[in-house]
Design a protein around this ligand. Structure first.
Ligand code: ZN
Length: 475
């Protein structure tokens, strides 16, 4: 996520002495500050995330969501059928999905009637017969009603939001529960088809490939398909009056959408720069991991951030309130590698998303001649009173997952690594991370182990002071 609608570009000229080091001590094996994984009992009502214990569910793994959703802006009524294909990871007499508001009309499991109850945002489903560990099953949930947003401490309101001409859904760390029954945690990534049926005069844009538009009377169905595993919070849609630009790049479709209420100009230019920025980032991160490109700009006072929704980030128009801005585009596109393709195993590891996306901003800013990466690092390092030193980005706490430390000190951690191992090894680490962990879920411990393997250096001291300790690391 891009957390602010402006980017401060302070230029300070001071060179850092390059660090050096050799494998004089054993490579990282897990030290204080890196909690060892503890096996947890199956928690049906949570995915085991220490920061957000109620997010997601345990006992199964979803492979695919097939969503058929009709939304009528005139009545604010959503009608949905969610077909969830999953595999039991334990013997299950019942299982949970997450759903915020909305009414469940009917549930089947493998074609047979199932019963369901609600407990807050938990939808508890009891199949006609228990599910054996290892069994693949298909749950179909028919549901509907007037969707409700979620209040989020950092972002105001998230999830489903109605607009003057339609609606959209957006938010991190959770938003999916407001529009479909879901195992809402990034560790359970799945494939998606998303069919949105809306009044014919409106656009309905979502993630991935557009498989077609089918008109029937006053309604049109837009069929979207996501062909790489996607974390639930990265699923999005916008329904409303948007101007679309469609094309292809390197054989893959490009689709951008800008709210018609926004003036043509810098916003459209920034969206048009999407593929150029992807090509730039490929030099450092390796091949773009998905089969579609795009972006969406919304016009809504309640949303003052951007989110890396998969293949098609959503941006607040506020990023262009001061004119041209492609830095935020570089940030959200970098997340396509780091956050979307390579996703966190738990929210504690969010610096692996935001630190990397911030670093990509700095790389792109250097290419534009705005400031060098070194200047970005120095301007922050030379501010000993900054709040980024008060929070350890590798363990920020649930209340601080979007803190400046996670972003800026996270990016500085990568620069400290670069200075330590040199440019060649540093970018080899980033490319190897993106390729080896493609479509996967990761932890900080795994990143440190990879950095040590690729560089041949012992790095736990560097990561310990940059990620896990409060206070400005000495240089
Ligand atoms: Zn971000």
């Amino acid at each position: 996520m891009g957390r602010r609608a402006w980017i401060v570009m302070a230029a300070v000229s001071a060179a850092l002495a390059a660090g050096c080091g050799g494998p004089s001590r054993p490579l990282f094996t897990g030290a204080a500050g890196f909690p060892a994984p503890v096996p947890l009992p199956v928690d049906l009502a949570g995915a085991g995330d220490p920061y957000f214990p109620t997010y997601g569910n345990g006992g199964y793994d979803v492979s695919a969501y097939d969503l058929k959703i009709k939304y009528d802006p005139a009545s604010d009524q959503l009608t949905g059928v969610a077909t969830v294909t999953a595999t039991a990871k334990a013997d299950l007499a019942k299982f949970h999905l997450d759903l915020h508001g909305l009414t469940v009309d009917k549930v089947t499991v493998d074609g047979a009637a199932a019963t369901s109850t609600r407990d807050g945002d938990e939808l508890i489903i009891t199949p006609g017969a228990p599910l054996a560990n290892g069994k693949e099953f298909v749950a179909v949930v028919a549901y509907g009603g007037v969707p409700k947003a979620i209040k989020a401490p950092d972002l105001g309101v998230t999830g489903f939001l109605t607009t003057h001409d339609g609606a959209f859904t957006l938010g991190e760390p959770e938003s999916a529960t407001t529009w479909f029954p879901v195992n809402d945690h990034p560790k359970d990534k799945a494939l998606y088809t998303i069919e949105l049926t809306v009044p014919t005069q409106l656009e309905a844009i979502s993630n991935g490939l557009l498989d077609g538009r089918t008109a029937q009377g006053a309604w049109t169905s837009w069929k979207w398909r996501v062909t790489s595993p996607m974390a639930p919070y990265l699923a999005t849609f916008v329904i409303g009056d948007y101007r679309l630009v469609e094309g292809t790049h390197k054989g893959k479709p490009v689709l951008t959408a800008v709210a018609e209420t926004l003036p043509k100009g810098e916003i459209d230019k920034a969206m048009a720069s999407t593929t150029e920025i992807v090509d730039f980032l490929e030099q450092y991160f390796g091949p773009y991991p998905f089969d579609a490109y795009g972006g969406i700009v919304i016009d809504d006072e309640r949303v003052r951030y951007a989110l890396e929704t998969q293949t098609r980030p959503v941006y607040s128009d506020a990023f262009w309130s001061r004119g041209a801005n492609t830095i935020v585009v570089a940030h959200e596109l970098a997340h396509q590698w780091f956050g979307d393709s390579v996703s966190v195993q738990a929210w504690q590891h969010i610096w692996l998303n935001e630190g990397f996306a911030t670093y990509a901003q700095w790389l792109w800013g250097e290419k534009l001649g705005v400031s060098t990466v070194q200047e970005e690092f120095d301007s922050r390092y030379d501010d000993p009173g900054s709040r980024i030193w008060d929070i350890a980005p590798g363990a920020p706490g649930a209340d601080n997952i979007f803190s400046g430390s996670v972003y800026e000190r996270g990016g500085m951690t990568l620069h400290a690594l670069r200075k330590q191992v040199g440019d060649e090894k540093f970018f080899e680490i980033l490319k190897t991370w993106a390729s080896e962990q493609r479509d996967g879920n990761v932890t900080t411990t795994e990143f440190i182990a990879l950095a040590e393997r690729v560089s041949g250096q012992q790095l736990d001291t560097l990561f310990q002071k940059w990620l896990f300790e409060v206070g400005r690391p000495a240089q």
